[in-house]
Design a protein around this ligand. Structure first.
Ligand code: PAF
Length: 218
């Protein structure tokens, strides 16, 4: 079977060397179950898309550990403040799928907002203390949005491991702490920051920087 844009759940993903694109929790779980039946472990790479080499390194990290890489692509509205860039956040689904195919990712989970948040979300995850400093006070609600969506993605995919960049160091600590405090059965793997040739950490938001701001960011 060649790479497909919608998963055919009657086919066997194990035989596939391409990328399966799934849009629903039910299809994600079906595909993950097929790989598990074949004795494979699962590595989740949560992303908001607009993928770059940093994301690709997370997929490679999963492959290096022998996991079947599952990359989620979801621009999570609940982690953006009212004056932040949710609408402007870069989106390039086809480009992302091409990069994932090239990297050897096996499943792309690209749910709609309705699939991720069917109805009002009354349950949230708050990690106290380590969100008091750094980005926490500057972005009220941000880490609650991140922790909640990551908890949901983990419970949807039920991976063995999940991979996050050390670039977002506070986020990584928040997620590690959430998993520890809630006894979630997932290993959280932090991966080294990937940088441009001049040393700037790769980020989907770097494209917003003017030449002057980019020089300052270094
Ligand atoms: O780091 C990100 O891209 C996001 O915060 C994450 C972890 C995918 C949650 O939406």
């Amino acid at each position: 079977m060649s790479a497909v844009n919608q998963v055919n759940t009657s086919s066997d993903p194990i035989e596939d060397t391409g990328l399966l694109v799934v849009r629903t929790v039910a299809d994600l779980r079906r595909c993950v179950a097929e790989f598990r039946k074949a004795g494979r472990t699962i590595g989740l790479v949560p992303t908001m898309g607009a993928l770059h080499e940093g994301h690709v390194s997370l997929v490679k990290g999963a492959l290096d550990r022998g996991d079947v890489p599952v990359t989620s692509i979801f621009v999570n509205p609940t982690q953006f403040g009212p004056k932040e860039d949710f609408s402007a956040y870069p989106r390039d689904e086809e480009g992302d799928f091409a990069k994932l195919r090239e990297a050897g990712c096996r499943i792309a989970y690209a749910p709609s907002k309705e699939e991720m948040y069917p109805g009002e979300q009354l349950t949230t995850v708050t990690v106290a203390g380590i969100t008091d400093g750094l980005c926490g006070p500057l972005r009220p609600g941000h880490f609650q949005g991140v922790a909640t969506v990551v908890a949901k993605l983990l419970l949807m995919a039920m991976p063995d491991r999940a991979y996050f960049g050390e670039k977002d160091y506070q986020q990584l600590q928040v997620i590690k702490r959430m998993v520890r405090d809630l006894a979630m059965p997932f290993e959280i793997v932090g991966m080294p920051t990937v940088r441009e040739a001049d040393g700037l950490a790769m980020s989907s938001r770097n494209r917003y920087l003017s030449t002057e701001e980019r020089a300052k960011a270094l």
